[in-house]
Design a protein around this ligand. Structure first.
Ligand code: ATP
Ligand code: MG
Length: 566
């Protein structure tokens, strides 16, 4: 029976955050956790966010009574849009998580945040500064030298209250006034040198409309939103470590009831990829990709469109774990989990990506053989389909070499070489036909009598190579998109002289006209399938039409031929 406190207590190895939480639950500091995932709706979610989602929502599944909130940190109306809100909602759901009743918007707290700001002014802990931005920057000092107090710092509470009210009532233009915390202009942590709490922005907000012309800063509203929701552990990425003193200051100096604890963990970085929403937006706006959900994008929607399963992303996030130090994870690890996940569920079918015509010379004209082929060779529960074998078929161009290496190294076709057709007979290549450029355009082969059902006729050497194929008369034409890494270098952001755009992989998308067996088009378009030997594929939900199905390559199989090509 599971512990009443939940699976967190039974886990064999816990990360440092889970250890803190177990301590807090054991000591009775909290009865259960309340965590939150707080995206700013200014872009689509990426795989880094998925890590944070798995951590926060994962916590709510692992100790009884726990919940995880989804909260939109929508305090910056210039950059935020409803489209992003909707995409985030659908991505978190798709990842398999549920916030129940707990969907919140930081903008819903604007009234309360304003009251807390007023409270700080009344306590002499905040003041309105009317200096120019330039002047304020000058007074801030830098990491080596302390800042200095400005002239508005010693204004009376009454004056500050009046000015803050005037800010709220539209008495100032953008940039003319800010509300600042009164902490310490000489504080070694720059974030504590009288940070800005509110700024004037005469801009409508997507949810509150024209009600406000002042908006709270992230560093102020974030801790207070956490506290208002009774968040127990506010988990965020390492760049907020330096902001933690301000987080605590805001919670300690206002009359919010709860005292959430901020804990930082390392961001997820993946090689050949970028994780900044600003840069991802640039890729979209400048049309380097088809959109936020381009199958090459590191976004959740891109990965979903590509055909990744949510299970594979969750397992990936579980494997990489939670650490205190930044590091870069290999893209291959994510692909490993995608393969692992699809291996369990995908039907095996045949598709030829780069077709090469084969005429079976000793096959009677008009003869059509029906073969019952299982959708999964090891698992009967997948069922089977019927495929036809006739005189003309297509095989993969790469399964024939004019000058193959020795038969001990090359098990596929070549002049005077044999290979077995998957679920079919052994064929032997007697002749190849070339076009003017020397490209092989057709093979003439004969099939070996009595070699169906995996049999080898007496006296014949066992044929090791098994190749996939499609029957010419009923093969269906489809488009196949092969995607490679979006960037051609491991860290596209490390070169200070160049833009990350300079490292976009020019060969990251390739389109092929492929031939597939007709049964494939009867499988629901949303279902991932395996083209035997070629990898996992799924129909592209945006590009595919019933006239011209378009398949995305999700991920290759482990290249079983790498050894052979050696
Ligand atoms: P930007 O991409 O501009 O840095 P952001 O990704 O931090 O912005 P938010 O919407 O604020 O955007 O992120 C929501 C949550 O996701 C935050 O708690 C943040 O810490 C977390 N998060 C963002 N990027 C990553 C990442 N690469 N790895 C883990 N968590 C992340
Ligand atoms: Mg952020």
């Amino acid at each position: 029976m599971s512990d009443a406190k939940g699976s967190l207590f039974e886990k064999e190895s816990r990360n440092f955050i889970e250890n803190i939480i177990v301590e807090d639950l054991t000591s009775g500091k909290h009865a259960h956790t309340i965590t939150r995932f707080p995206p700013e709706p200014n872009g689509y979610l990426h795989i880094g966010h998925a890590k944070s989602i798995c951590l926060n929502f994962g916590m709510s599944a692992s100790n009884s009574g726990a919940v995880c909130h989804l909260r939109f940190d929508d305090t910056n109306p210039e950059k935020e849009e409803e489209e992003y809100v909707q995409s985030i909602i659908s991505d978190v759901r798709w990842l398999g998580f549920d916030w129940g009743e707990h969907l919140y918007y930081a903008s819903d707290y604007f009234d309360q945040i304003y009251t807390f700001a007023t409270e700080l002014v009344e306590k002499g802990l905040a003041y309105v500064d009317l200096q120019s931005g330039e002047k304020i920057r000058e007074q801030r000092g830098n990491l080596k030298s302390p800042g200095e107090n400005g002239p508005h710092r010693e204004q009376s509470v009454a004056e500050n209250l009046e000015l803050f009210c005037k800010m709220k009532d539209g008495g100032f233009q953008d940039g003319e006034a800010i509300l600042r915390a009164k902490i310490d202009m000489a504080h070694p942590n720059m974030n504590m040198r009288d940070p800005v709490l509110y700024r004037v922005r005469h801009i409508a907000h997507q949810r509150t409309g024209d009600k406000w012309c002042i908006y709270p800063m992230y560093d102020f509203i974030h801790p207070l939103s956490d506290a208002l929701e009774g968040i127990s552990h506010s988990l965020c990425t390492l760049e907020f470590e330096d902001h933690r003193p301000l987080y605590d200051w805001a919670v300690d100096n206002t009359s919010v009831a709860a005292k959430p604890r901020q804990i930082e963990f390392a961001r997820l970085n993946i090689n050949y990829s970028i994780m900044s929403k600003r840069k991802l937006l640039q890729l979209v706006e400048e049309k380097h990709v088809m959109g936020w959900d381009d199958p090459r994008m590191p976004t959740v929607s891109g990965m979903r469109r590509r055909g990744y399963t949510s299970e594979s992303i969750r397992n990936f996030c579980e494997t990489i774990g939670i650490a205190k130090n930044d590091n870069i994870i290999d893209f291959g690890l994510l692909e490993f989990h995608v393969r692992e996940s699809l291996n369990k569920t995908a039907k095996r079918v045949m598709g030829v990506l780069e077709p090469l015509k084969v005429t079976i010379t000793n096959w009677e004209e008009g003869r059509s053989m029906e073969i019952d082929a299982p959708f999964h060779p090891q698992d009967e529960s997948f069922g089977s389909r019927t495929i036809k074998l006739e005189k003309t078929i297509y095989i993969e161009q790469s399964d024939f070499l004019k000058e193959p290496p020795s038969p001990r190294k090359w098990f596929r076709l070549g002049p005077d070489r044999s290979a077995r057709l998957r679920y079919g007979a052994i064929i032997h290549c007697d002749e190849f036909i070339e076009d003017d450029q020397g490209n092989v355009i057709e093979l003439k082969c004969h099939y070996v009598e009595d070699s169906f059902n995996g049999k080898t006729p007496e006296g014949m050497k066992k044929v090791k190579g098994i190749i996939h194929w499609v029957n010419a008369s009923d093969a269906q034409e489809v488009e196949v998109k092969l995607y490679d890494r979006l960037f051609s270098v491991e860290n596209p952001e490390s070169d200070k002289e160049k833009s990350f755009l300079d490292f976009i992989n020019p060969d990251s998308a390739k389109t092929l006209n492929a031939l597939v067996e007709p049964e494939i088009l009867k499988i629901p378009a949303t279902e991932q399938i395996q083209f035997e030997r070629m990898g996992y594929f799924v129909q592209d939900c945006k590009l595919s039409t019933s006239d011209k199905p378009v398949f995305n390559k999700i991920v290759g199989l482990r290249d079983s031929w790498a050894k052979v090509k050696g």
